[in-house]
Design a protein around this ligand. Structure first.
Ligand SMILES: OC[C@H]1O[C@H](O[C@H]2O[C@H](CO)[C@@H](O)[C@H](O)[C@H]2O)[C@H](O)[C@@H](O)[C@@H]1O
Length: 655
């Protein structure tokens, strides 16, 4: 038992006598120091009901009841300290009205990553602001596009929560119960000031500091505070984890941090070129979500904030996405370029230039956000998993897979970057040559494909297509660099791959197939349309789009493939893949079916979360989101699809 005796009285004063008496009897975690203080929160909220906050170092998910159910510190890929998303006993931090779990309204402060929650109780109204703080080093200056913004990468990062009573009176409750190392180690709390407004919670080599102007007590492994706020009164609490643990010391200071955070996001967004269109809000939210998944110190992006949110309810399709996939990042760069947000793309190019290649010059398909290579997957059998979906995985064995699309992803990004910045950094040329030569060598080999199937390698059409992109982009880059021999050599290979796909990758009905030895469909072949493998007027492009729209959809939403036709080495049925559904919007636009594209886009926007966020998949029969959340793939494809439609509509207007 880790209770600080000195603080037990304070706890009892707040929670009422007997607060500490609720014991851990029968709880297997008691042996490791757990002291259960209240019934386990249950059930798991729907994935899409979470709010996402980020400081571009790490991110958090806030449940509708005001609890932070996911936070890893100090980085996206660190072990969680609040992990209730994966196990109701793996840590949480709630601020909200006592005894009420359903907010009246939740929204972001427009154009920011600051969450505003309003609560109405029988006695009054309160407004809670939540932010993972971030801010400009030199004040909220306007960011000029194409210049390095005055971001303070090394600023202290806090989770700041403020509450303001708008009407009547409300009893506000704070419960902070970290569980370090993905729920394995409960916090040991000690007060560090005499007034008991600052406490340190430690475990598994990590210390967090909680500071508040509310009276706090230690109850076993958690801090609890309660205060009655009357109209016009305020309170705050701040959680920090930086070494110096310096935190705002008053409500006003906390609000200043939130103000800086607001300015940061708005200034960043001011650099984006977002069409004045009815989808503007969705585009802005997606841009903020994608940016929020960027790890600022290296420019790497995580594929999603979380690990192991299930793609099949209660199933085994649970993966850790807190890493940087070359493919996902390349698509992210494209999406940010659509919005004129080139600066992040520049940063990612630096990341690419810095990574350590394999001995043969190839790149891994994914890396840690700090560029590390070993992402060995482990299962955490001590965690229940979201809704009972097990195993929970930490790490991702896909890192050692052979996925031949990676060459195209990297080289397409380099060409895009070169064109946008009108220069090609010298340090990128060795990467171009090694990727192009590797692609030229391996494109004939089977691989695991872009869906990272864990079954046998196949000749995936989309992998060959991306090798064609690799050779095409390399040839254009060689031209820019003035290497005519390389230009010709790589263009010849591009042509060879093109011919090969047309010879083996097209079914007798003129539709692109998933891989050379099947007639099954695969939504990744929509990339052929998006990358202009053939002109959009070519029948094979239209046939592929129509076949996918008709035979690979559930209620209009696109599956990446049918799991009963494709052995991906896993059990369970998936939901529709949101990236594929947005790809279909883009592809319909390309082949001139703009009205149908708009209809599908509108439906996709309707199934976004109440806060405009998307997981990886959507389950048509329940209307629930599935998989990791929020997922960059879904948001970047939304940006691409909307941008393409907006462009098509504008062109139609001037025609
Ligand atoms: O379905 C099996 C695979 O699922 C994950 O991969 C998916 O997510 C990646 C990150 O967004 C994406 O790049 C890939 O295209 C998706 O299929 C998982 O990470 C893999 O380990 C797993 O084998």
């Amino acid at each position: 038992m880790t209770t600080n005796p000195g603080s037990a009285e304070a706890a009892a004063a707040i929670s009422g006598a007997g607060g500490l008496a609720a014991a851990s009897g029968g709880d297997p975690r008691a042996a490791s120091g757990w002291v259960r203080m209240s019934p386990v929160r249950s059930p798991f909220p729907p994935i899409e009901d979470y709010a996402f906050l980020s400081n571009c170092h790490t991110g958090a998910l806030v449940a509708p009841d005001g609890s932070i159910d996911w936070l890893c510190v100090p980085r996206f890929d660190s072990p969680s300290i609040f992990g209730s998303m994966l196990d109701r006993e793996a840590g949480m931090f709630r601020l909200g009205p006592y005894g009420i779990n359903h907010p009246t309204a939740r929204d972001y402060e427009p154009g920011t990553n600051v969450l505003i929650t309003t609560w109405r109780t029988v006695t009054g109204w309160i407004l809670v602001r939540d932010a993972l703080t971030i801010g400009p080093a030199n004040g909220p200056d306007r960011v000029t596009p194409h210049s390095r913004p005055p971001y303070d990468d090394d600023a202290d990062h806090f989770f700041v929560r403020t509450v303001e009573c708008l009407e009547g009176h409300v009893d506000v409750e704070l419960i902070c119960e970290p569980a370090f190392d993905y729920g394995r180690t409960p916090a040991t709390w000690t007060f560090v000031d005499a007034d008991q407004h600052v406490a340190d919670g430690s475990g598994a080599g990590t210390t967090v500091r909680l500071r508040s102007d509310m009276a706090m007590g230690i109850e076993g492994n958690r801090i609890r505070g309660r205060r009655r706020l009357k109209r016009g009164q305020t309170a705050y609490c701040v959680l920090s984890w930086a070494d110096q643990l310096a935190t705002p010391g008053s409500y006003d200071e906390a609000m200043t941090c939130i103000g800086h955070t607001t300015s940061y996001w708005r200034n960043w967004l001011a650099g984006a070129r977002i069409a004045d269109h009815r989808w503007r809000d969705a585009l802005q939210r997606s841009a903020i979500a994608v940016k929020g998944l960027t790890y600022m110190p290296t420019g790497a992006t995580v594929a999603a904030l979380t690990t192991s949110l299930p793609e099949t309810p209660r199933g085994e399709r649970n993966w850790d996405y807190r890493f940087t996939w070359m493919r996902d990042s390349s698509f992210t760069m494209q999406a940010l370029h659509y919005l004129n947000l080139d600066w992040e793309a520049d940063e990612f190019m630096q990341f690419v230039a810095d990574i350590e290649p394999n001995h043969d010059g190839t790149l891994q398909i994914m890396y840690g956000i700090d560029g590390r290579r070993d992402l060995t997957e482990k299962t955490r059998d001590d965690l229940s998993g979201y809704g009972g979906a097990r195993p929970v995985r930490v790490g991702n064995n896909a890192y050692s897979q052979r996925q031949n699309d990676v060459f195209g992803a990297v080289l397409d990004s380099v060409l895009l970057h070169t064109r946008r910045s009108q220069r090609m950094p010298r340090r990128l040329w060795p990467i171009v040559t090694s990727q192009a030569d590797s692609a030229a060598k391996v494109w004939r080999n089977p691989d695991q494909g872009i869906w990272e199937a864990r079954g046998d390698p196949q000749h995936y059409v989309s992998s060959k297509l991306m090798c064609w992109i690799a050779m095409d982009r390399a040839s254009r880059l060689a031209e820019i660099r003035g290497h005519p021999d390389a230009k010709k050599r790589w263009a010849d290979v591009a042509q060879e791959i093109h011919d090969d796909i047309l010879a083996h990758g097209v079914r007798t009905d003129g539709v692109l197939r998933q891989h050379y030895d099947t007639d099954a469909l695969d939504a990744s072949t929509l990339l052929a349309v998006l990358y202009n493998f053939l002109p959009p007027s070519d029948e094979r492009m239209r046939n592929t789009v129509e076949a996918i729209a008709k035979d690979l959809t559930e209620d209009g939403f696109v599956l990446r493939y049918r799991t009963n036709e494709t052995d991906d080495g896993l059990s369970g049925k998936e939901g529709s893949f949101l990236i594929c559904s947005f790809w279909l919007v883009s592809a319909l636009t390309s082949v001139g079916e703009v009205e149908r594209a708009v209809q599908l886009m509108e439906r996709l926007l309707k199934v976004g979360s109440p806060l405009g966020l998307y997981a990886e998949e959507f389950e048509v029969k329940t209307g629930r989101h599935l998989g990791n959340f929020p997922q960059a793939f879904s948001h970047l494809a939304l940006i691409q699809a909307a941008s393409r439609i907006v462009l098509a509509e504008r062109l139609a207007e001037v025609a």
